[in-house]
Design a protein around this ligand. Sequence first.
Ligand SMILES: [Fe+2]
Ligand SMILES: [Fe+2]
Length: 282
Amino acid sequence: MFAHEYAESVLLGPTLDDKLRTAPRELVDAPATAPGAPSVPSAPARDPSLAIATDRRAKRKVPSAIGFRDKAQAARILHGLANHELQAVELFAWALLRYPDAPRSFRRGLLRILGEEQIHLRLYLGRLEAYGVEFGSEPLSGYFWSKVHELTTPARFVAAMCLTFESANLDHALFLREQAVAARDAATAAVLQRVHDDEIGHVRFGAIWLRRLGGRERPFVDVWLEHLSHPLRPALARGDVFVEESRVKAGLDADYIDALRRAERPTALYRFARSANEQGPA
Ligand SMILES: [Fe+2]
Ligand SMILES: [Fe+2]
């Protein structure tokens, strides 16, 4: 099987099983000029139960409540996290189709990360099941997919996906891990730690490739900003609680880290979790 055929099966297979199917070991990357060049869908195929919500429901915010200590809220948080992983799975598959001429080692990296995003999705689905909630029972936003038309080059893909969304997830995952620990949900805390640790590798992949593809002459942070389209910006590459150490582990330089440190980001997610903490231990 060719890499692009596998990517198509993930992107255009409508079921969760399709999204979660692991890549065959004997997968080969076809030459970029091979006949039957891959088509590039601009949206994933999804069963109706997993359809991306396009109405106001998609913008429904996690309410200011008591976070992980309220099981219904915890389930909604996990549902949102699973939805992010589903989109990540699909977007790394999409990237394999969108950039057929990218260096082979870049494409191998996309495939490796795709596999890890599948693991994350599986882990969150497992936690949702433990909470007795079915994936798709909440509206599924398509935020990452709404940015896909801007990802015209591999450099723009890693600038947005790895160095903005996945960078922000370094903070989100650790913060939510603390919430899960406080709520004595050790299984969810372990999943969030695993996702955070893998995410360091995904952000590192983005940093390495943006340097290679975007040029080494200018400061890395300038190259990153040039490859983003509004509204993507440093404030969206971090959480309220900024974990510098995770960026250092990902190999990011001082200028990038500074740009994130200076960007403020109050989010509803942190506000409600903080208000939960202020109510004292459950
Ligand atoms: Fe992930
Ligand atoms: Fe990731």
